[in-house]
Design a protein around this ligand. Structure first.
Ligand code: BGC
Length: 245
């Protein structure tokens, strides 16, 4: 059971064929820079390039950093606003001639972690959060995804949480790990108050450096780093295409 997983991010679009039973990438990933502006048409072209690179004709799964319902994007926080209302799934299918499943990027990373990483076998309420340009979230109950939670847009001190505590903000404001952890903690407290999770999974590129900051966070629930790192999006995208295989 193999699907092509494609992870669409703000700076790069990456793909690889994935064995969805093991979560293994079958060959090395192929990456192209995200076109600017990243309009639906331009992104579809890029997705088609990845499909052509692998001479792929079977189902594909694609992540996208927005609310995704029935293939349609309903938000565009850190992407071109022309995405709102666009049916990415249909656009990609037309461009590639492959059946396609579109899924929110954090939801994809979450299903990959639940299946093959830090959330394996975990019951109860699990929340995966991804810290990057924005803050993404994926909520699970007994392993089942409740999609499109968008917790990065919770209001903290009158601002979207991701405008205070994303990894981009840490870098742009040159925050120390302690300063950043304080902001992240404030966000986590809000999330914990609303959902009382049994486990938090901390994801996004910055989770590679978890030794620097995870111990500074004060959640009641245990908090563990994501395990799949760079591959979570690609693997999760492929898992999302499972129903098409
Ligand atoms: C978007 C989410 C996305 C997250 C991480 C947020 O700005 O609204 O849909 O999952 O960024 O990319």
């Amino acid at each position: 059971m193999i699907a092509l997983g494609i992870d669409i991010g703000g700076s790069g679009i990456k793909g690889a064929p994935v064995d969805i039973r093991s979560g293994a990438l079958l060959v090395e990933r192929f990456r192209i820079p995200t076109p600017q502006p990243a309009t639906p048409g331009a992104v579809s072209e890029a997705v088609a390039q990845i499909v052509q690179h692998f001479k792929w004709t079977d189902p594909i799964g694609c992540t996208f950093p927005a609310i995704i319902k029935d293939g349609i994007a309903h938000s565009a926080a850190n992407v071109d606003k022309s995405w709102i209302g666009a049916n990415g799934q249909v656009l990609f299918e037309r461009k590639t001639n492959c059946p396609c499943q579109l899924i929110n990027d954090a939801d994809a990373a979450g299903i990959a972690e639940m299946q093959f990483g830090a959330g394996r076998g975990r019951k109860g309420v699990v929340i995966m959060l991804t810290f990057g340009t924005g803050i993404g979230s994926a909520l699970f109950l007994d392993g089942q995804l409740i999609p499109n939670t968008e917790l990065g847009h919770l209001q903290i001190r009158g601002k979207d949480a991701e405008k205070r505590a994303s990894d981009r903000v840490r870098q742009e404001k040159d925050l120390s790990w302690e300063e950043w952890a304080e902001r992240v903690d404030e966000f986590l407290a809000q999330v914990e108050f609303l959902f009382s999770p049994d486990l938090f999974i901390f994801g996004g590129g910055v989770s590679k450096k978890h030794e620097r900051f995870l111990h500074l966070l004060n959640t009641r629930a245990p908090i563990v780093p994501a395990q799949l790192m760079n591959d979570a999006g690609i693997v999760g995208a492929a898992l999302a295409a499972r129903s098409l295989l």
